[in-house]
Design a protein around this ligand. Structure first.
Ligand SMILES: [Zn+2]
Length: 394
């Protein structure tokens, strides 16, 4: 169905065309210049159709006009744009291909036609064809920036991080503006190399991730995982703790790894001291710690269960649900078993909710991702980190 915006665009196009003719006609009167050609009857018919909101018929008329009047380049561009906006990509592609087939097309117009065709292909999901056209425009004096931005978009969609780095670097040279995206591309490459078991290659990529603050932060998380895989637990512990100092919202992701490293290094006493230190800091951190324990179902060492018990006792709703008074009165072994059951139950509750949410578009995810698949923004996905008690009744 034609949209209001299509209607107004078509109307604007017709009115401008008619006004242009009228201006040329009347301003030509009174001097010796020959009179302009009479107004095209199709323009008037098109205007009438648009005024009657018969935009489909009006568009058909524009196509015919564009075919008849071979010199109306702007008509072609306006048509192609309208078709793409209406989702009629095949027709938009035909209009732009016709334009490119013209002999003697000026360079600027040829670039504009290539760019418009690239946008058509992008809308149709034909990324390889769009990529070729935008790559051709890398050196265009007028469209290089837009072409490179589209190339970056395509490479991000295809997770082709190496090409995304090259295109983004070119864009930075052109605009003189730096962004944190390139550091993320290196982190993506490093993460891929780490998962493939090539830790040296991962380390190499990480050297370039430090060019932005957030890249350095994400790089630290990957470095910690590499050290953990390399069984260099002292280094992994140091890095994970630094990550938590910078952003405690990652507690649910980092705590299980940290516990595992301390346990693998036989440094459980130090782990207990570290957790005691966290619990002593502030109530928010205590809640984040309890959530991380519940989320990951961590039962050992005992201090982690104590942490959840403390959280439950202070929680107005949960304390009533688990009968906290009776829980506190139980013998140690019974209380330990009861707490284990409570943690398992709360974990199910935590898993029934969304773990991460994009602050830009609201996209929900169960794992930590840095590039929102919905709105394509970087670093907008944040941990939710609360138990959604409403899930108990859904
Ligand atoms: Zn988003």
């Amino acid at each position: 169905m034609p949209t209001e915006s299509t209607f107004f665009l078509a109307g604007l196009f017709i009115v401008l065309a008619a006004a242009g003719w009228a201006f040329a006609y009347f301003s030509g009167r009174g001097n010796e210049e020959p009179p302009p050609p009479p107004v095209n009857a199709d323009y008037l018919r098109g205007l009438n159709l648009v005024l009657n909101r018969q935009t489909d018929e009006a568009l058909e008329l524009f196509v015919r006009m564009a075919k008849v009047d071979d010199e109306t380049l702007e008509t072609h561009f306006a048509l192609g744009h309208l078709f793409r906006r209406r989702g009629e990509i095949d027709r938009a592609i035909r209009v732009h291909q016709n334009l490119l087939a013209r002999p003697n097309l000026a360079e600027t117009q040829r670039h504009q036609a290539l760019f418009s065709l690239g946008q058509d292909y992008l809308s149709a999901g034909l990324f390889d064809r769009a990529e070729k056209l935008f790559a051709e425009l890398r050196g265009s004096p007028t469209l290089a920036r837009s072409a490179l931005e589209n190339l970056v978009d395509i490479y991000e969609r295809e997770s082709d991080w190496q090409k995304a780095i090259e295109a983004h670097r070119e864009l930075e040279m052109l605009t003189g503006e730096k962004s944190s995206q390139v550091a993320h591309y290196y982190c993506e490459l490093a993460e891929k190399a780490r998962i493939n078991g090539d830790l040296d290659l991962a380390r190499q990529y990480l050297k370039s991730s430090v060019r932005s603050e957030t890249g350095a932060f994400r790089g630290k998380l990957i470095r910690a995982a590499i050290a953990q895989e390399d069984q260099d637990y002292a280094q992994a512990i140091r890095l994970y703790e630094q990550v938590l100092e910078t952003d405690r919202r990652l507690m649910a992701d980092v705590l299980p790894e940290l516990v595992s490293c301390y346990q693998s290094a036989n440094r459980e006493r130090e782990l207990i001291r570290y957790i005691e230190g966290l619990m002593a800091k502030d109530p928010d951190l205590k809640a984040a710690l309890a959530y991380a324990v519940v989320r990951n179902g961590l039962l050992e060492p005992e201090i982690l269960r104590d942490c959840v018990e403390d959280f439950v006792e202070r929680h107005a709703v949960l304390a009533g649900l688990v009968e906290a008074d009776r829980l506190a009165a139980l013998a140690d072994s019974d209380r330990e078993q009861a707490m284990a059951r409570i943690i398992v139950a709360l974990r199910r509750l935590a898993e029934s909710g969304v773990r991460y949410r994009c602050t830009s578009c609201g996209y929900g995810s169960q794992r930590l991702i840095w590039h929102c698949p919905s709105c394509k923004a970087w670093e907008t996905i944040r941990p939710v980190q609360t138990l959604q008690l409403e899930n108990l009744v859904t």
